[in-house]
Ligand binder design. Structure first.
Ligand code: B12
Ligand code: SF4
Length: 449
């Protein structure tokens, strides 16, 4: 059987992201399948893709649906039309059965199955593709496989994957070169799952809420493999790298032992770290810390169910500064309880967070399987049958999104290190030029003056 795995993500904001999930999906497939990964970032014209489809002639095409849209409250751009276009190219140029998967798909499986008229879908971890292919080969009933959707069976009950997880990274893959030439960033995962329960967050639904750790020595081996392939920076794609201080410290020690020498970064929770935690990570090559801070108002942090207080944020921030690392804080404004006073508290507090970059997301998107969804339902902001695939943002009673944006813009006062949204305009203007000149990594530190 020939299996073609396609990364359908062509978004280059803030930078193109290596399709890590497909390495894992490929890694679970037996070598009896002829498996090929392609990345739409590599196909700038549709003819190239169509020719490739005709030549390879896949029996199964697995499509990774990562982003639903650009999550921009003002200038929202849905990627659904692009996915539809891809499906019709596959249908026109091959006989492949189409399987959907990926984090975006996992959030809205029924909506994507219906809109794209796919043959199968797999919610959650794509490692289950091997079970689906096996069942298809043997003409067995696929409906019994946890997480598998068909045109007839659209329920989304699934368990975290319990089998062997194995990444198949191939430096010779054409798309690896694309990422090495464009920012030099590759990525890796050290565990799956997030144990926290922030009210708006999809991550525990996508990855599970119990942490499942990979062996630190194995992670360091992969990091070295990425380095040998030419990576200049590694992004650790865990939901929250420091959700386990013990495991993340062991990973850092393993990096030192394995002589991983390239810089790396990831998402962190601003909880109070153990003594010298960030120094230990800095010794292992950590350079960039991205904090999911969201607010500096106690009321809002409690309502968002964040596992830290605003004073913890300052402690964690100073620890990172002391370790000589770059810091970014992400803020999520407009959640339950947000009003002019809580916003002022956050913005005043930010002025005391020295030498950092701030990304402001104004408006909290409501996703299924979250406590915020239940709250919005209770408050009558959404109704049970309503599709929230076209983004619906939570409306706080105390302040509108427009007021929030205006207030943040005024306070930002043109400062380069205050970015509203993903900093789309600044990122589009500055980053491609820097990457072309050979700069590597996330580069947001260049916005601090
Ligand atoms: C790390 C991360 C980032 C980092 C990536 C850095 C890097 N160099 O890797 C950064 C900060 C850059 C980032 C940016 C953005 N991100 Co982001 N990110 C994540 C995060 C936390 C992890 C992604 C990851 O790599 N996971 C690890 C890999 C192994 O998992 P995976 O890719 O999901 O693959 C598994 C399954 O999904 C499945 N699978 C995947 N593909 C396929 C295909 C088939 C056929 C099958 C069967 C299964 C399958 O199997 C895999 C193995 O189990 C997720 C949330 C999460 N916890 O998933 C959000 C997430 C993917 N991001 C999201 C978004 C929105 C964005 C941005 C658009 C935000 C913005 N406005 O800037 C940008 C887009 C960037 C881009 N160019 O695409 C959303 C996407 C869904 C949505 N709402 O649209 C997510 C899900 C978070 C959320 N809000 O819910 N992100
Ligand atoms: S916001 Fe971060 S810490 Fe909270 S549940 Fe999501 S991934 Fe975990």
């Amino acid at each position: 059987m020939k299996v073609l795995l396609i990364s359908a993500n062509t978004l280059r904001i803030p930078y193109p992201v290596y399709p890590l999930g497909l390495d894992y999906v490929a890694g679970c497939l037996d070598f009896r399948y002829q498996t090929k990964i392609i990345d739409l970032n590599d196909f700038t014209n549709p003819e190239g893709l169509e020719m490739m489809l005709r030549e390879f002639s896949p029996d199964v095409a697995g499509i990774s649906i990562r982003n639903i849209d650009n999550t921009d409250v003002i200038n929202c751009r849905s990627f659904l039309p692009e996915y539809k276009n891809l499906i019709s190219q596959i249908r026109k140029n091959s006989q492949a059965r189409i399987v959907l998967g990926g984090s975006g798909f996992t959030i809205f499986p029924v909506e994507f199955m219906t809109a794209l008229d796919a043959d199968f879908g797999i919610v959650g971890e794509g490692e289950r593709l091997s079970m689906l292919l096996d069942a298809l080969e043997r003409n067995m009933d696929v409906k019994k496989i946890s997480g598998v959707l068909t045109k007839e069976k659209m329920d989304i009950v699934y368990r975290p994957f319990e089998g062997l997880i194995n990444r198949r990274f191939d430096p010779a893959n054409q798309h690896t070169r694309f990422y090495l030439d464009y920012g030099g960033m590759l990525n890796l995962q050290t565990k799956r799952g997030c144990p926290f329960q922030c009210s708006y967050c999809t991550y525990p639904h996508i990855e599970g809420s119990k942490m499942r750790f990979y062996e630190p020595r194995e992670i360091a081996r992969i990091a070295h493999e990425l380095q040998d392939a030419g990576a200049k920076y590694i992004f650790i794609a865990d939901s929250a790298f420091n959700a386990s201080y013990e495991h993340s410290s062991q990973v850092a020690d393993a990096f030192i032992k394995a002589r991983v020498s390239i810089p790396w970064g990831g998402f962190f929770v601003p909880t109070i770290p153990p003594a010298d935690y960030f120094k230990r990570l800095a010794d292992a090559g950590l350079t960039h810390v991205e904090f999911g801070t969201e607010s500096l108002s106690g009321v809002v942090l409690t309502n968002l169910r964040k596992p830290f207080s605003s004073s913890d944020v300052f402690t964690a921030h100073n620890e990172v500064l002391d370790a000589g690392l770059h810091i970014a804080h992400y803020f999520l404004l407009g959640g339950p309880g947000e009003n002019k006073e809580t916003l002022r508290e956050t913005l005043t507090g930010i002025e005391n967070l020295e030498r950092a970059v701030f990304f402001f997301f104004c408006g909290v998107r409501i996703y299924p399987h979250t406590a915020l969804y239940d709250l919005a339902l209770k408050e009558g902001q959404i109704t049970a049958g309503e599709s929230i695939l076209p983004p619906v943002f939570y409306r706080s009673k105390g302040i509108t999104v427009e007021e929030i944006i205006k207030t943040v813009e005024t306070q930002a006062n043109e400062r380069l290190n205050w970015l509203i949204g993903a900093g789309e305009i600044k990122a589009t203007r500055i980053l491609p030029k820097l990457y072309r000149r050979g700069f590597t990594g996330p580069l947001w530190e260049y916005l601090i003056h």
